[in-house]
Write a new protein. Sequence first.
Length: 464
Amino acid sequence: MKTIVMKFGGTSVGSPEAIRNLAQIVRTAQAGGDRPAVVVSALSGVTDLLLTAAHAAAEGDASPARTTADTLRDRHHRTLTAVAPGAEAVGQLISDSLDQFVNLCQAISVLGEASPRALDAIASLGERMSAPLVAAALEAEGIPATAINTAEVVLTDSHFLNATPDMDATRERAGARIQPVLDAARVPVLTGFIGADRRGAVTTLGRGGSDYSAAILGVALAADEVWIWTDVNGVMTTDPRIAPDARTIPVLTYREISELAHFGAKVLHPKTIRPVVERGIALWVKNTFEPANPGTRIVLEDDGWVEGGIRAVTAIKAQCVITLEGRGMLGIPGIAARTFAAVARTRTSVSLISQASSEQSICFVVPFSASQTVVAALEDEFRRELAGDDLDGVTASDPVAIITVVGAGMVHTPGVSGRMFSALGNAAVNVVAIAQGGSECGISCVVSALQADDAVRAIHQLIV
Ligand code: ADP
Ligand code: ASP
Ligand code: MG
């Protein structure tokens, strides 16, 4: 009997039809003799709506929170009525959660500020509504199920918005709280995305973090397999929204999927992969809407040699190139260290560092939303040098995208980058900067945001 942690993303719990598919998938696993534990995201779009209203409240306007609460109440209640008619306690819990949401937003609007802690309390509500809803749906289908709020299971640090779990404590709590439910042949339905710190304050694991929850809980429960159920047939050669001819990649190595996830393939949260694969837990990405499709299996290493080398191409959009320039730059002691230390103080993560053609500049990529903060931090750090002759200035580019090609076979295949840049040239895409990934299975380049999709499609045609 295998324990399988199955995570269902927003679209996979976003409609009555999807929830019925979920129930069927759980039933099939049980019929095959396996023990599924379900991890759920909020219903599709809910986290965005909650956070948008919270940000409006921080600007002093609490009225969007009330409209959002009405919209969400209506959607959850309609879904609940469709999948679990008569589950009144869950309906009440949903209403209470939304009342709490409105109260929190009102408090934020009075303060005129939304702290990371308050944002997590708000963002967590989506999963705290979806888990009881899905558990009720399973019960209505005759599958015994228990909703569990993982704020009581996943212990994290107090780094709100992007918390890190304490695995030992989480393992212990999962053993005490989830294992008995499994042992009683019930399906635990666990909130993805959330945990709590030592003081009991709710934290989140970062946007898209329900995948990571599945990994954490898979490890904590010593599961045999973790299946990520989403809305496409596994990991594909590129985002099918950009290139509709994208194909499923049946087997992908740990290094390849890590590179893809880090460079924008939203299909799997980057932190999901390592804990699971390292412990020999099988990891699959599958489609809730086409369960018979095998999807993608992630393995530690792939024996299969891949002709042509490139297996997938991905894009991270809304980025910005920051350049620090000056003819006297080489004379400034510790300039690179000071540059990146100043960026780190803003808590911005650098997505890519590029070697410029001359040695008179340092050039790197950060999310566009952080560009003004980063420029200000650098101007502050180098105020003296900027006032003198050594540095000319710090500049932020227009929005750009990082395009990354991934393939473990690329190192053995000559001419991959040549073909990549020819394809971009033929599509009239202008390359702003280039970097080779550290794992030797990726090459990244920076292009204007306006040309991102063209660049992805041009390279995608090279994937054999
Ligand atoms: P979920 O809500 O199930 O977590 P996400 O929206 O987070 O789903 O991730 C799934 C989406 O990821 C797909 O709908 C697809 O548009 C996008 N995506 C981006 N790159 C890829 C890729 N290489 N393969 C598959 N999907 C991708
Ligand atoms: N609901 C959360 C989000 O939208 C987590 C997730 O769906 O993975 O970011
Ligand atoms: Mg996701």
